[in-house]
Each structure stands twice: as structure tokens, then as C-alpha cells.
Design a protein around this ligand. Structure first.
Ligand code: ADP
Ligand code: MG
Length: 471
């Protein structure tokens, strides 16, 4: 039986966390036989290594030649502390310390280049931001070897082949499967004590070997990619909460664990802001019928959440509520719009050409307005693109206005059972009405398993909390 397990930032965030993680790896390997581990960069709060790396690159490009040097010191310290807490002097310790030093120096050299050039390409950003995983897997693998488990740190640049869309690369699965088979199968096939591959999450490489990243939070996706490539029996995501909860426990302290969710439900939740799972993780699992579990490294006895096929559990109404902040709602409106053909196609064509993704669309049935949401920081460029696309219609006053309402949030409720439960929307609206939350726009997912409401940014917490009271 093959199990792919991913450990998130907090699960490898300190020496103590890495010990817990190592115990879990040992136990599951005894039960499953073939285990592949994916790890994120060290992410103990408040400092996440990936943020630190990104911060170095961004300050360097803005002409700051000092901050990245301080950050290099911090990077060295975080990793050295973990090594000090885990590795015995006589074991791999010296060689791992030397490797960490090499990475830190590389970080400094890359940031220096960015500083000198005054340019930060997506490609350079990927080379810099992917180093956190490369450091953490080396420490974790060395610790496993020290406690008597054959383990090998592997950079996913050797396994995951991607296109060259830096920052959000897409895996090329055929090539990836070949590489994974050639590199990992021999390790896993070593009879009674197979070597446990400890693979970097988040990164991959183009066909010519340049490092790419899969997007923020992409280590979950890495696990699904390897799960598919290995035809794994299950994929488990280990994190710092008891599985998927009825709301973000950081926003809603009394959020509850959800024992089972369907692929569709968890897709909607992930897409609409539940950070616990990266939205791209789901597709490789659904398409290959691989069960997906989310579990808590710090409470492993808890069953966590299991994701089941869409024809599975169809009980209850609303299962969870989630939110995305810092959006703009852009509206294209005009009394003459009814007569203009292809307004929607042209609107979204213009938005797509400016490289912005739309999270929600809502159209009044009279076709006098279309509105949609985009990340706040993209609103101005989207409006400019639309004004260009509709210059003639604006001049003729077929379109009166194209404008943005800034600082709004999308609050989404999810549950496949909602479609069989009458009155959900009514309950939502009256809950929000009672607490003076104004609903700016509404959209229902076509699968009828989600309803999204746009509210003022300042109302996000209130809306989420009072909707959660309905669950
Ligand atoms: P990791 O580093 O393990 O990938 P993340 O921080 O990416 O961890 O994801 C876990 C976090 O997701 C939790 O600590 C929690 O704050 C947040 N979160 C947001 N929405 C939810 C939800 N519905 N259920 C569980 N966790 C959620
Ligand atoms: Mg994550």
C-alpha cells in the first residue's frame, strides 16, 4: 500500500514539531509499507521561512541592500536551531549545517543580484522562494536517519516537471510520472525497510531544469501530483488543525471539525478561501479516485476530515462558511447594454487579457449591469482595460459607468445538502439583516453546493460569525 503524506509549515516548524512529524512518519510507514513524505518550508509562527525569502527578494528589488542580509541571518538561525535541537554531533549534523549554509549564501547572492539589477523576474522569485522546502527536507531526512529510518531528502526539481509559468506552474504529468517512477520506485521497493523519500513541496522544474513553483500553498498540490504519479492508495495532508472545520478557527473560535466532505464541497471551500487545502489538490485525487484526508500533526488521534466522492454523504444543509477579503466588486452598467451583443464575453475577455482571475460573477436579469469581483490591487488595471474595450459604447452612452467598490469580501457557505434544504438563502439573509450586514451582491454556484455573498470588508467577521451560528 502506498501513502503520500504532506506535512505543512507548522508540522516542520521547529525541532519539537519535526520530532512529532518523525513519529507519525515512522508509525504510518509500519502500517502502510510504502510512504512518501512531502514537506513545506519551516513555518513556525510568527516567522514563516517562505515569507522571509519573499521579503528578501522584494526589499532587494525596491533598492534596499540591507534587509536581505539581516533575513539571511534569521534564516540561518531558524534552521540552525532546529538542527541543534535534533541532530547529534556525531551523525550528519556537520554536513547538514554546511548544506544549510550553502542555501543561505545562495539566498544572499540571488538577492544581491536582484538588488543590483533592480529587477525581480517571476523566475528569480521562484528560485528564491523555493529554498525553504529544500532546507527543511534535509533536516527532517537527517533526523529520520538518526533515529534509525532510512530516509532521503529529494528536491522535487528531480520529480515534478512543469511548464514555465513561473509562480503558478502546471505539472506535465506524463513526464512527471516517468521521473517519479525512475527515482522513487527503487527506493520504495527495498523490501522490509524501504527508504522514505522526503520530498520538497511547492517546487518543480521546467523540462530544462529551471526551478518553478506551484503557487502559494502549493505543497498540498505537490502531494496530489505525487499521489497521482505513484498511483497512491491515499493522500494525507497533515496540518495544525483537526481537519477541515466549519469555519477558519482563527476567525471563529467555536468552529467544529467536519468528519466528511465531498470533493465538490471541499473544492468550493478551498476556492473561496479556506486555506486549509490548496484548491488544485483536489482534481488529481478525484480523477484518480484517491481518497484524501486532512489530519492534525499535533492531535493525530483525531480522525480529521476525509474527502469522499460526490455521491457520498448528502446530509445536512450548510456545512461550512468561509471568506476572502481584500476584493473589489467591479460593475459595468448602462441602460443601453441590453442592445449590445456579447457584453459578457467582451467584459471577461478584457479582464482575462489583463491577467486577472474573477472569483464571482453576478448579473441582473435585465442585463443592465454585470458585476464581478477581483483582487483589490488589480481593480484599477481592470477598469482601464474595460474602458478601452468599451470605448465606443461609453461614448454612445450605451454603457453609463464602469466602477469599482473597493474593500469588499466574499463570504461563501458550502454544503451539497443545501439544494435539498429549502429556505437556506432566507435564513442567511435574515441572519445578516438582524446584524445590520448589508449584502452587496449574491451568486450561487452552478453545482448548487455553494452560495456566495459579497459584503463590505468591515462586515466580514460579523457575517462569518453569524452565519456560522446557523450551522
Ligand atoms: P499548512 O502550513 O499546514 O499548509 P495552512 O496555514 O496552509 O497550514 O492551513 C491551515 C490553516 O488553515 C489553519 O491553521 C486555519 O487557520 C486555516 N483555515 C482556514 N479555513 C479553515 C477551515 N475551514 N478549516 C480548517 N482550517 C482553516
Ligand atoms: Mg497550506
Amino acid at each position: 500500500m502506498t501513502l503520500v503524506m504532506k506535512f505543512g509549515g507548522t508540522s516542520v516548524g521547529s525541532a519539537a514539531a519535526m520530532r512529532e512529524t518523525a513519529v507519525l512518519i515512522q508509525q504510518t510507514q509500519k502500517e502502510w509499507g510504502q510512504v512518501v513524505v512531502i514537506a513545506s518550508g519551516m513555518g513556525s509562527k510568527p516567522v514563516k521561512v517562505t515569507d522571509l525569502l519573499l521579503n528578501g527578494a522584494h526589499t532587494a528589488v525596491s533598492g534596499d541592500g540591507e534587509t536581505y542580509k539581516q533575513l539571511a541571518g534569521q534564516l540561518r538561525q531558524i534552521h540552525t536551531e532546529a538542527i541543534d535541537g535534533l541532530l547529534e554531533p556525531e551523525e550528519d549534523r556537520q554536513s547538514i549545517l554546511a548544506e544549510i549554509n550553502q542555501f543561505v549564501k545562495r539566498f544572499e547572492r540571488l538577492c544581491q543580484a536582484v538588488f543590483v539589477l533592480g529587477e525581480l523576474t517571476p523566475r528569480a522569485l521562484d528560485a528564491i522562494s523555493g529554498m525553504g522546502e529544500q532546507m527543511s527536507v534535509r533536516i527532517l531526512a537527517a533526523y529520520l536517519r538518526q533515529i534509525g529510518h532510512p530516509a532521503e531528502a529529494i528536491d522535487a526539481t528531480e520529480l515534478v516537471v512543469t511548464d514555465n509559468n513561473f509562480q503558478a506552474a502546471t505539472p506535465l504529468m506524463d513526464l512527471t510520472e516517468e521521473k517519479v517512477a525512475a527515482r522513487l520506485r527503487p527506493l520504495l521497493a527495498q523490501g522490509d525497510s524501504p527508504t522514505i523519500p522526503i520530498v520538497t513541496g511547492f517546487i518543480g522544474a521546467t523540462q530544462t531544469g529551471t526551478t518553478t513553483t506551484l503557487g502559494r500553498g502549493g505543497s498540498d498540490f505537490s502531494a496530489a501530483i505525487l499521489g497521482q504519479a505513484l498511483h497512491a492508495d491515499e493522500v494525507w495532508i497533515w496540518t495544525d488543525v483537526d481537519g477541515v472545520m466549519s469555519a477558519d478557527p482563527r476567525l471563529v473560535p467555536n468552529a467544529r471539525n467536519i468528519p466528511t466532505l465531498t470533493y465538490r464541497e471541499v473544492s468550493e471551500l478551498a476556492f473561496y478561501g479556506a486555506k486549509v487545502l490548496h484548491p488544485k489538490t483536489i482534481r488529481p485525487c478525484v480523477e484518480n479516485g484517491i481518497p484524501l484526508r486532512i489530519k492534525n500533526t499535533f492531535n493525530p488521534a483525531h480522525a480529521g476530515t476525509v474527502i469522499v466522492p460526490d455521491n457520498g454523504a448528502v446530509n445536512g444543509g450548510i456545512k461550512a462558511v468561509t471568506a476572502i477579503k481584500d476584493l473589489s466588486l467591479i460593475t459595468v452598467e448602462g441602460k443601453g447594454m441590453m442592445g449590445v451583443t456579447g457584453i459578457a464575453a467582451r467584459t471577461f475577455g478584457a479582464v482575462a487579457r489583463s491577467g486577472v482571475s474573477v472569483l464571482l460573477i453576478s448579473q441582473a436579469s435585465s442585463e443592465q449591469s454585470i458585476c464581478f469581483s477581483t483582487p483589490d490591487e488589480t481593480a484599477d488595471s481592470v477598469i482601464t482595460a474595460l474602458e478601452t474595450a468599451f470605448a465606443a459604447e461609453l461614448a454612445r452612452r450605451d454603457i453609463d459607468r464602469i466602477w469599482a467598490q473597493h474593500d469588499v469580501s466574499i463570504v461563501t457557505v458550502v454544503g451539497v445538502g443545501m439544494r435539498h434544504t429549502p429556505g437556506i438563502a432566507g435564513r442567511l439573509f435574515s441572519a445578516l439583516g438582524r446584524h445590520q450586514v448589508n449584502i452587496i451582491a449574491i451568486a450561487q454556484g452552478s453545482s448548487e453546493c455553494s452560495i456566495s455573498l459579497v459584503v463590505d470588508g468591515g462586515d466580514t467577521g460579523t457575517a462569518v460569525a453569524h452565519i456560522h451560528d446557523l450551522i
